[in-house]
Design a protein around this ligand. Sequence first.
Ligand code: GAL
Length: 684
Amino acid sequence: MSSTPTPHRWLRWPEDRATPRLGFGADYNPEQWPREVWAEDVRLMRAAGVNIVSVAIFSWARLQPTADSWDFAWLDEIMDLLHANGIAVDLATATASPPPWLTTAHPEILPVTATGETLWPGARQHWRPTSPVFREHALRLVRTMAERYGDHPALTAWHVSNELGCHNVYDFSDDAAGAFRDWLRERYGTLDELNHAWGTAFWSQRYSAWDQVLPPRLAASHPNPTQQLDFKRFSSDALTSYLRAERDVLRELTPDVPVTTNFMVMGETKGMNYVDWADEIDFVSNDHYVLPGAQAHDELSFSANLTGHIAGGLPWFLMEHSTSAVNWQPINVAKKPGELVRDSLTHVAHGADAVCFFQWRQSRAGAEKYHSGMVPHAGEDSEVHRTVRELGATLGALAEVAGSEQVPARAAILFDWESWWTSELDSHPNNSLRYRQEALDWYSAFLAAGVRADVVPARADFSGYDVVVAPVLHVVPGALAERLQAFVEGGGHLVTTYFSGIVDEHDHIHLGGYPGAFRDLLGIRVEEFAPLLDGETVLLDDGNEGSLWSEPITVTDPSVEVLAWYKTGEHGGRPAVTRRPVGSGSATYVSTRLGTGLEPLVRSLLDDAHVPGELPAAVRGKVELAVRGTDEHEFWFLINRTAEQVDVDGVAGDVLVGRRPGAAPEGTVVLSPRGVAVLRRPKV
Ligand code: GAL
């Protein structure tokens, strides 16, 4: 699915407040509260420095109580109240969750699982992305919203639906089957092409008519892998098409109002290929929630970094995160002191020009009543609310950062949805492989080494980087192989790992030995994979330990150096990590999963590529650096990754956030535990 990318267009702030600022606010659900509370809401919002809220996200049933009646009075009042208090509105199209009257009259809009079960109303987002009936009703609502509020002075952006695909990306209904066939016809043209791409000579799967083709519903054994992959592509595209449908109504009626929708670049949410979606909207928005564990903050930084590069390095909108605990994890822990502000500023460091939360006021009833908010159950006299106010003041001090872009790092980690989807299909050598975890482990290694790395999609221009790490780059169409080859021949240093270069875009093997598409570039050949059992490990001669995977590598190019050898295991004595010099560049291969052991390898790769750390050596690993810039300035975000105070010595710049113990502009910056400092420095 391709289209002309939408040029970047940021919030339409009301004209009387056109000065640069970072957005600060929340999802605001006033319909959950009696009117008396609304006045207190805006009083507290003003005191906290809130300047934008998202309204009406789940309001369909309230706005349209029956098929033929509407109730806008309350929303009119809220829009006016917010505007009168200087708070802009990111107005939802309100289509995220269909009202009971609609699902009762039209149960055919409800999604169906792979096992044929209907997802009934009672929660939210129970609609089929391909349902024409749902679309008709939803677009009627979008049109009505745009006609009513298009000229409202509080309206600063449109918020299409909400987290499209969060609960309904995979629908196996008959609507989906029909739309899937249309999508496949468009992709392949003929059944012969489809039969070839899906490899249907296998298991008697050959199709002789289009209506035989189905979504990969529950089958007797493993469904065809290319069918599964195409269904993932189709399901993401079906939502893209839905997004376009809402957007086109909004563009027609309110061409001056930017349109966004909130992505979920976080954790294992992988159904939506956001790289494609970014082209459809005026600016990228993301929701992120911290996933507890040893890499919690690394994962946040990784997600923010990737979001920023999906947004092309331009400002994006953090639509949701949490002030403290969420409600949907098995155990929902509160944030520790410092985390609320650090989490927010880490997103800003990676390009967010707005910091918003789910939600303004913690709910009193409903499934999310134990989810934190900016105003918790305890009220304004609470630690969370005091910290919210502190954050509002801090964002105020960073107003000049608004509009600045990300300053590229010299290293990049390539992150590719196609490889994510495909490397984790079933019937593979090791089904414990987790694509995103592998990429995150490399990112953690860069953080531990104290060197910046951009997390970039496969379509990024690699030419400005010295080092590109492409972990588990499993799907390698010819054009991508050529681009990476050109990168290396141009002096770049490429690193790739096990299970990379294995298949083409149809999930067909690149024949002749692994790692297929990269065999010549890497100067190695592997005849058979040697996956490791759960808990099984192999030692390397550099002291590292591999898990998940190993390979008996044969070196085929005499210039290849072996950086580490397997010491134990079936393939003890054979190469584990190799490097082929190519002119002034190189191609490195890591044939096992090193996890937390990647840091020394990253350090030596960076040394070989002459990529220095920008941070003082003493704080590398303790502090994350992220850099944004304008034509005149760089903004250095120094993020304390530890729960101890860290003093960063000898960093120049004017302190926008944080403190120096002395007056010297070249002196020390003190980072409180989990604290962040922001420095303005002249552009280099
Ligand atoms: C998001 C959603 C919000 C709220 C939040 C809770 O998925 O958009 O409406 O449910 O999670 O963390």
